[in-house]
Ligand binder design. Sequence first.
Ligand code: SF4
Ligand code: SF4
Length: 304
Amino acid sequence: MSRNRAIDPADAKQQILAYCKRKGALAAGVADVAVLDRVAPPGHRPSDLMPKVKSVISLGVGGQTRGAWTVPAKAMGYFGSTESRAYTIAYGCAFFIEGRFGVPSIYCPPDVDNAFGTRVPLQSLKLHAEVAGIGARSLAGDILLHPEFGYMYFASVFTELKLPPDAPLAENPCPAPSCVKMYRKVGRTPCMKFCPVQCLSGTIDEQGNQVEMHYDMAACADLSEQYEALPMMLSRAAHADDADDVLLDPDNKLFWYKMSVGSGGLLAQCFECMRVCPIATQAPQADPILRLEAAERQAGDEQP
Ligand code: SF4
Ligand code: SF4
C-alpha cells in the first residue's frame, strides 16, 4: 500500500506502455475498467478474473507481412498468426509491472471459458483493445482495425495498479472510402463479397458510416476454427458405413497432418476478409515494409 502511494500513475503508465512497445507492440493503451464493467456481461468482467484489478492494459502486434497477402488460400491456411507474440509481450509486461512497481499483475488468458464451450472467452480481448483506443470494430465480423496499423493481434494485462485510462478511438477507419463506393454500387463491401462462406453482411448510411453488421460466427468457425470442424468430422465417421471413407478423405487427412506437426493453422481465420480489406493491407503502417518506409521518412525528417 505504501509502495502504491509512492507511484506516479502517469509516469507508471508511460513506463508500462513504453515496455510494451520496446518489446514489439505497435500500439498499447489502458482500458477504463469502469467502462469494461458496464459493457462486459457478468462473469466476464475484469474483476471476475482478478478481484482487485484496477487497470487493464491492452497491446497490439502487427498481423501478416505484406508478402503473406500474396500467397494463395491453401498456403495461407498454414500461416497461423502473430498472436503468440502479443501474448509473450503481455506475459513479460505483467512481470515488468510487478518487478518495477511491486503491484500484483497478470497476463490475461486469451482462452475460452470452459463452462461455455469454444465460443465464449473468459475475457474479451477485443473489448479491452476497443476501450483502450487501439482498435475499432469493422464490418468484417467486428475484427478490430486501427487507422495507422490496420489489422493487429491483441493481448491484455490486468494489474492492481491504478493507471489513467485512454479513450476509445474517435473515428472508425471502417468502412474505407473505397468500400463505401463499392457498397453503393453492389450493396456489399469487399470483406462481405469475398468471404468464402458469405457470413458477413451489414449496412452503411448516407454519411458512409456503419449502421449494422451481421456475422454468422458458426459459418466462419466451421471453415476456419478447425477445433470445431474436427469433432464434426469424427461424428460423421462414427455414423458412416465405412469410417475410413471419412477419416482418410484427403480433406480430412489434413487435420491429422496439422495436428501432428502442431500447425498454428488449426486456429483462427481463413484471412480472405482481411486479404481484400484496404485498411488491413494499406493502412499507413499496416505491414513491415510500410513501417520501414515510415521509419526512414521520420529519420530523414529529423536530420538537421
Ligand atoms: S475469416 Fe474467412 S470465413 Fe471468417 S469472416 Fe473472414 S473471410 Fe469469412
Ligand atoms: S473491407 Fe475492411 S474497411 Fe472495408 S468494410 Fe470490410 S472490414 Fe471495413
